[in-house]
Design a protein around this ligand. Sequence first.
Ligand code: IPD
Ligand code: CA
Length: 265
Amino acid sequence: MAPTSPIMNIMMKAAEKAGRSLIRDFGEVEQLQVSRKGPGDFVTAADKRAEEIIFEELKAARPSYSFLMEEGGVVEGTDTDNKWIIDPLDGTHNFMHGIPHWCISIALETNGRIEAALVFDPVKHEMFRAERSNGAYLGRNRLRVSNRQDMEMSTIAFGGAQLDPVKQAVYIKELNAVSSLAPMARRFGAAALDLCYVAAGRFDGYWERGIHPWDVAAGILILKESGGFVTTIDNQDNPVYSRNIVSGNNDIHDKVKKILKETAK
Ligand code: IPD
Ligand code: CA
């Protein structure tokens, strides 16, 4: 049985409560697809509701800790060494379109290092979690990255198309370069789950530019604790804050990173 610490229990409770709220709202989304206004405002409200639930739960359990949240931004507590990094709804576009692939992401950063991480997909009842040096789990099962080395057979996820024409050009160039060697490249639309799927060996690699700390903070620890590699495309120190990320099992990480670096020349 996978060990759970008091801090992980707090995170799980918050995620489960927010997950129930999101599942209720997800059930409404399909009705709203046909309404004149569309589901946009409703989804924004669902997102905020979920964040409020997580905030209240974590605040009640650890009143002094600080927060970095996708919706609410930074909320400093009296303890700035401990910070929750929260994405209450990762995969918002999927959620809005009734596509059941989205999640909640919660990480605890202590003195600049992610110590505990949880990614919860309430539709599939999958809770990915990790604590530093204690391995990563999906439910009761320990996670382990794949050992696939063949790019042609690998599933490599990516994200990050931008409307900005310069960024869009880089995106297309990188996608061309990677998918010419790895034709099974796929875009799933929830960065936190992309990282967890690499951790679970479902994907062999994942890269993206333009991501935010709340998209990846939890997934990065889960992947590292599964034996995976996570670095930045542009050689920054900390992939949580670098806004660009490349990941995978050892071999695929290196291969994809090499392609991305060559593409940037
Ligand atoms: C987005 C998703 C998406 C990724 C974007 C993120 P959101 O987060 O993770 O997969 O490509 O970079 O912003 O907006 O759904 O919370
Ligand atoms: Ca997100």
